[in-house]
Design a protein around this ligand. Structure first.
Ligand code: ASP
Length: 590
């Protein structure tokens, strides 16, 4: 739409526009002088247009004194470029604009911290500080446009299914999702704090109690936890809840939603129904509750074979109720690869690896001498191993052994470039346990405390809690947890039993969750839902490794925002208002 600044964008003009008088606005990307003429590249979000400048005219002086990245508005005549000057790689490569007038809208006075074209190779802390400069390189804007399209398609699909988007509060009280809360001190109520939501969990359940049976929200969640490549202190999730549903209804909705948005955004057709695996099987066969099933290399239990060996290490692990498990790689691993593999295993808390090279005439391994030929054959047969393969074995307590083999499997697939197809592989992990013992031996929930136990296991809730199944599910994409959810508890007595099981006494349970318990007492429908991590989903669809690539203004791994320099100190007056005094710690980071 034409206005004071532009009749066209910098990506719009074509050969057929030759002869038109136009006005363009944008950033001056480059300036090249060739004798009596000069060329400037003018860039905006839509593309680049070549400007032709007559160096004998006064307006040339304006350009000659301009620093790159200044913002100008030019008027001029669109001309077809001479045939040898056409650039087929540029959308506007058939034309140039002979500039007749120029207005400098914003002149750059000092040099910029990096070249716009090299933005992608600048280290993250600097890129994040000057995110607006990185954006001018173009690819981040494309990503943000993609993200917007994805979110629009999600809204389109859910709206067409009768779902209603509802905003829930950000200043609230703790919603336990397993992380620390971000707290906001209250000025009005001395010594009291709001918590930023780790998720809208309790509010969406209250919406169900209120009768709104199909809810969703593209919601911001806040979790204070150790940061990794795929974590940010604040992130965006698609939060969904439905009343009068069971697990199959949630699977059905989510699968149709994902198929729709994937096809609409990246044009890929996914096969439904998505595969499913039980939590137990995932841990046993892949060493992970979010397995990548796009390649084999499955983990096998080898305890029976180890029991027949003469290896004291293996026998003593088994005696202490540990496990002996392994996997088989279709490659003869070099010394270097073996030592890297050993490092991976040790970083997971396991003690080490036993390796067996399969050769045409037998098995080569420092450990082969502890096995008779029947046991060695059994080992080969367990994996259907062939000459040239390597079997790697971990013997340890169950948890470190499981984790180590899971990581080892992923590590090897990456190191050995094992093909992982299809590009997008979704998997449901089902049949979760309700609770487990954490490292300190305390009972903790695997999802959150509002997840319904399996009704058939209710009588064992207090006597054998570790054997109780949960009505929970996770959805995994390419070996990463994309989301999770559950059928919820809608009976207040069962909710209280669970809170007690998790160590809350009746008073604390009421203090913290009285509003939920009261709501459940007021007539609550059976309900359930799910939440999907949208930063991760966007990153996967675009093939990025880090979610910071798909977030407009991300934080660093130290949870800082270099752009606004936050978190930052506040004034004494602000602290006084909030009834807070700061205790300086000796080793504090700032
Ligand atoms: N509130 C859960 C989460 O944020 C998702 C759910 O159970 O629906 O992970």
């Amino acid at each position: 739409m034409a206005n004071k600044y532009r009749t066209h964008t910098c990506g719009e003009l074509r050969g057929a526009d030759a002869g038109k008088r136009v006005r363009l606005s944008g950033w001056v990307e480059s300036l090249r002088r060739h004798g009596g003429v000069a060329f400037a590249s003018l860039r905006d979000r839509y593309g680049v247009t070549q400007l032709r400048l007559d160096t004998s005219k006064p307006l040339w002086n304006v350009f000659a004194n301009l620093t790159r990245e200044s913002v100008v508005c030019v008027s001029g005549l669109v001309q077809a470029r001479p045939s040898d000057a056409r650039n087929p790689n540029m959308k506007t490569g058939e034309i140039e604009v002979a500039v007749e007038e120029v207005e400098v809208l914003s002149a750059v006075s000092s040099s910029l911290p990096f070249e716009i074209k090299e933005a992608k190779s600048v280290e993250p802390a600097v890129r994040f500080k000057y995110r607006y400069l990185e954006m001018r390189e173009g690819s981040l804007i494309e990503t943000l446009v993609f993200r917007h399209r994805l979110f629009s398609k999600i809204r389109e699909f859910l709206s067409s299914e009768g779902f209603v988007e509802v905003e829930t509060p950000c200043l609230t009280r703790s919603t336990p999702e397993g992380a620390r809360d971000y707290l906001v001190p209250s000025r009005v109520h001395a010594g009291k704090f709001y918590a930023l939501p780790q998720s809208p969990q309790l509010f969406k359940q209250l919406l169900m109690v209120g009768g709104l049976d199909k809810y969703f929200q593209i919601a911001r969640c806040f979790r204070d936890e150790d940061l990794r490549a795929d974590r940010q202190p604040e992130f965006t999730q698609l939060d969904v809840e439905m009343a009068f549903v069971e697990e199959e209804d949630v699977y059905d909705l989510v699968e149709h939603l994902i198929c729709f948005v994937v096809e609409q955004t990246v044009g890929e057709r996914l096969k439904r129904p998505f595969k499913r695996i039980s939590y137990e099987d995932a841990l046993l066969r892949y060493g992970s509750d979010a397995p990548d099933i796009r390649f084999g290399m499955e983990i096998s239990d080898l305890s029976d074979i180890a029991a027949k060996s003469k290896s004291e290490i293996l026998l003593s692990v088994l005696e202490k109720k540990g496990v002996v498990r392994g996997l088989c790689v279709n490659a003869a691993l070099s010394r270097k690869e073996l030592s890297l593999a050993e490092e991976v295993v040790k970083s997971c808390g396991a003690k080490g690896i036993l390796h067996f090279h399969i050769e045409a005439d037998g098995v080569r391994s420092p450990f082969a001498k502890f096995f008779d030929s029947v046991a060695l054959d059994a080992l080969k047969n367990r994996f259907d191993a062939k000459a040239g393969d390597t079997i790697l074995v971990v013997a340890d307590e169950e948890r470190p052994a499981q984790t180590a083999l899971g990581y080892l499997r992923k590590h090897l697939a990456q190191r050995l470039n094992i093909p992982r197809n299809p590009r997008l592989s979704f998997l449901w992990v089902v049949d979760w346990k309700l609770v487990e013992l954490d490292e300190e031996g305390v009972l903790t929930n695997l999802h959150h405390p509002f997840t319904s136990p399996h009704p058939d296991d209710l009588e064992r809730l207090e006597s054998e809690p570790l054997s109780v199944r949960a009505r929970a599910y996770d959805i995994v994409l390419n070996g990463s947890e994309l989301g999770g959810g559950s059928i919820r508890i809608h009976n207040p007595d069962i909710q209280m039993r669970i809170l007690k099981l998790l160590g809350l006494d009746e008073k604390t349970a009421r203090d913290r969750f009285g509003f939920l318990l009261d709501a459940l007492k007021s007539g609550a429908p059976p309900h359930g839902g799910i939440a999907l991590g949208l930063d991760r989903f966007t990153a996967f669809l675009l093939g990025f490794d880090s979610i910071t690539d798909v977030i407009a203004f991300p934080k660093t791994r130290q949870a800082t925002c270099p752009l606004t320099d936050s978190p930052n100190e506040v004034t004494e007056e602000q602290l006084r208002d909030l009834h807070i005094s700061i205790v300086k710690e000796k080793n504090s980071l700032s």
